[in-house]
Design a binder for this molecule. Structure first.
Ligand code: BES
Ligand code: MN
Ligand code: ZN
Length: 488
């Protein structure tokens, strides 16, 4: 498990600053202008910060960037970091300045942010970027280190919601760890165990086993896991922080590994399919954040945990399965499995909880990567108000999201000769036909958004707030969306 850095919020103090270990960070505005905090670091270093600020290197820095001054005289710190950040820069730039500070070094980080209105944003960026998945590195020094401390020096420590920031970081790190974890470790059983452990934070967690799922008639979900030795499960996580209003429901695709099943995927790159539980990972991280910050909202998170493997019991192309809703589905391609899982969990979520809104997340299609790359998740919705709430939260959180269309003509591509529907609609508009498949399992009158996160859940290179690998995309957006829809 990857622990975020410890966050300490302290009042400005020159003595402790001189004794700070690791890195000390201060800020420079346009034209090399030093704020109050940077001037104090300048005094300690006998003018080194001022000389840097007057340099050509400093004049070329863009807002949100940081540079290091190594082994400064007059301080115990190893480096002084100077970030360019103007007082009127937006929150996105402030967060990215925090990211730049975190990237510039390991170990303890003291951020001198007195007099800055954006101190919390800087700290959040720094916290989120200070992540490394080292659980399986036996020789890594980082793996042995205690989580570092990020110290935020501000005028009024009480004005910073440290617990709220940590709740977000803990949720994002939980998601990233789940997504980075290999499939031989994160089996369906281990996944359910890690979710049950969330009850420590006050979540009600319930695990439905295969017999219960069969009883409920979840033939679509069960057809995906039947080639695997790992049992299929549905986990329900409930957070009742509101009154008696209907909850918001989040549903995640949790395919712990996607071989494609009998419609086997090619070998090249198949190892990436360890992240095919990314939707479930985001739902899990979101629920952890909501619980840790004691959100005043009612939210239920459901995940369908299965493994898609070939085998003597595996579903065949051409098989017809029956979903909990009662619809029969012709499985043309066993690699279009995520929608089969979601169909049953979404239906169950609506039957049981009658949610005021339903949001599903899934690494659903390769086609969304063709369309949007790794910059934006694809958002599909039957409800403009819910969709706008989601998109505006994503914008505020600096997480890419872009609305995609739905339409009857796309749904028509899913007509089956022998069953009610088939599970693939052909190559054109692959992400849209996948979304149209899901729409069949949304009840009339339920506002719904489907988020295809295949391109953003995990990336080969660094993403804005994370190193290569799992990004944790969506936890912040959905947490904000819940906050804004419930008034906290
Ligand atoms: N899990 C994949 C989608 C995916 C691809 C996620 C790349 C992340 C990166 C999904 O189950 C899948 O295999 N989709 C197929 C659908 C097709 C068979 C209609 C695809 O996208 O090729
Ligand atoms: Mn697949
Ligand atoms: Zn898949």
């Amino acid at each position: 498990m990857t622990r975020p850095a410890t966050l300490e919020i302290v009042p400005m103090d020159l003595d402790t600053l001189g004794q700070s270990k690791g890195s000390v960070a201060a800020f420079m505005g346009e034209g090399g202008a030093l704020g109050g905090g940077a001037e104090r670091v300048d005094a300690l270093t006998n003018g080194a910060v001022g000389r840097f600020a007057a340099s050509r290197a400093a004049s070329r820095m863009k807002p949100g960037e940081a540079r290091a001054i190594a082994w400064p005289a007059g301080m115990e710190a190893e480096t002084v970091l100077i970030a360019r950040l103007d007082a009127d820069d937006d929150t996105e730039t402030a967060r990215r300045a925090g990211v730049a500070l975190s990237r510039a070094g390991t170990g303890d980080l003291t951020i001198v942010a007195d007099g800055r209105a954006d101190a919390a944003e800087i700290a959040l960026g720094a916290l989120l970027r200070r992540y490394e998945f080292t659980d399986h590195k036996t020789k890594s020094e980082e793996a042995e280190e205690e989580p570092a401390t990020i110290t935020l020096m501000v005028e009024d420590p009480a004005a910073i919601d440290a617990e709220g920031l940590m709740a977000v970081a803990e949720g994002v790190f939980f998601t990233r760890d789940l997504v980075n974890e290999p499939a031989n470790v994160l089996t369906t059983t281990e996944f359910a165990r890690r979710l049950e452990a969330l009850s420590e934070h006050g979540l009600e967690v319930e695990v439905l086993e295969e017999d219960a799922l069969a009883e409920l008639g979840m033939g679509a979900l069960l057809s995906v896991g039947q080639g695997s030795a790992s049992p299929s499960k549905v986990v329900v996580m409930r957070w009742q922080g509101g009154g008696d209003e209907a909850p918001l429901a989040f549903v995640g695709k949790g395919v712990v590994f996607d071989t494609g099943g009998i419609s086997l995927k090619p070998a090249a790159g198949m190892e990436d399919m360890t992240m095919d539980m990314g939707g479930a990972g985001v739902v899990a991280g979101l629920m952890k954040t909501l619980a840790m910050r004691k959100a005043r909202a009612n939210v239920v998170g459901l995940v369908g945990l299965v493994e898609n493997m070939p085998g003597p019991d595996a579903t065949r192309p051409g098989d017809v399965v029956t979903a909990m809703k009662g619809d029969t589905i012709e499985v043309i391609n066993t690699d279009a499995e995520g929608r089969l899982v979601l169909a049953d969990v979404m239906w169950y979520a609506q039957q049981r909880f009658e949610p005021s809104g339903l949001i599903d997340l899934a690494t659903l299609t390769g086609a969304i990567i063709v369309g949007l790359g790794h910059e934006n998740a694809g958002v599909f919705s039957n409800d403009d108000a819910l969709c706008d709430a989601l998109l505006s939260a994503a914008r505020a959180e600096d997480e890419g999201a872009w609305r995609m269309p739905l339409g009857k003509a796309y749904a028509k591509l899913l007509e089956s000769r022998i069953a009610d529907v088939k599970n693939v609609g052909g190559r054109p508009a692959g992400s849209v036909t996948a979304a149209e498949f899901l729409r069949r399992f949304v009840k009339d009158g339920t506002p719904w958004c489907h988020i295809d996160i295949a391109g953003v859940a995990s990336t080969k290179g660094d993403s804005p707030y994370a190193p290569a690998g799992a990004s944790g995309w969506g936890v912040r957006t959905l947490d904000r969306m819940v906050r804004e829809m419930s008034g906290r």
